[in-house]
Unconditional design. Structure first.
Length: 169
C-alpha cells in the first residue's frame, strides 16, 4: 500500500485508483492533480474531480452537462422567440422581402434617371425659389417611389431585376 503522506509516481497513483499512468499524466496536465503534491493530496483532488464529473458540473475540460443543458435551453428559447416574432409579423424571411425591395429601388432609380432632362427643360427661366420647389418635388417623388414596396413583381420588373443582377456580376 502507498503511504499517502509521501509522493507517489504517476504509475503508483494510477495503480491505487485504477487508471493508467497516461491518464494520471493527463490529469496533471489539466491541473486536476497538483504537480509535486503527496499521494494523499492527489487522492483528494482526484475524488473531488470525480464528484464534479458525476454531478455534471465538469467533464475533464470539456463542456459539462449543466453547460450543455444551458446552451440547449438558450437555443430553444431563441428558436421560440423567432417563431413568435414571425407569427406576429415582426420578423419576415429575407427571401420574401428581397424581390420587393429590389423592385422599389429599381423604380426609384428609373424615376431619378429621368429627372435631369425634365428638370433642365422646366428650369429655364425659373427663379431660385421656383427652382428649389421643383427640385424638392423631384426629390420627394424619388423618396416616395423608394418607399413603396410593390405587392408583387410584374414581368417587366423581374426582367429589369435580372438585367441589373447580370450587369452587377
Amino acid at each position: 500500500m502507498i503511504d499517502l503522506s509521501s509522493h507517489a509516481t504517476q504509475f503508483e497513483f494510477g495503480e491505487l485508483v485504477g487508471i493508467s499512468q497516461p491518464a494520471v499524466s493527463d490529469l496533471l496536465r489539466k491541473r486536476v492533480l497538483s504537480d509535486g503534491a503527496t499521494a494523499g493530496q492527489w487522492l483528494r483532488e482526484y475524488c473531488s474531480n470525480l464528484r464534479e464529473v458525476a454531478a455534471g458540473r465538469m467533464t475533464n475540460g470539456d463542456l459539462g452537462l449543466a453547460t450543455e443543458r444551458a446552451a440547449l435551453a438558450k437555443a430553444q428559447r431563441e428558436r421560440i422567440e423567432m417563431q413568435n416574432m414571425e407569427s406576429r409579423g415582426s420578423l419576415v424571411p429575407v427571401a420574401a422581402i428581397e424581390p420587393r425591395l429590389k423592385a422599389a429601388v429599381i423604380s426609384a432609380r428609373e424615376y431619378l434617371r429621368n429627372q435631369p432632362l425634365r428638370l433642365a427643360q422646366q428650369a429655364q427661366g425659373m427663379g431660385v425659389s421656383e427652382l428649389e420647389q421643383l427640385l424638392n418635388e423631384s426629390f420627394d417623388g424619388f423618396l416616395s417611389r423608394l418607399s413603396r414596396l410593390p405587392s408583387s413583381l410584374s414581368d417587366s420588373d423581374q426582367d429589369e431585376l435580372d438585367n441589373v443582377e447580370t450587369n452587377l456580376a
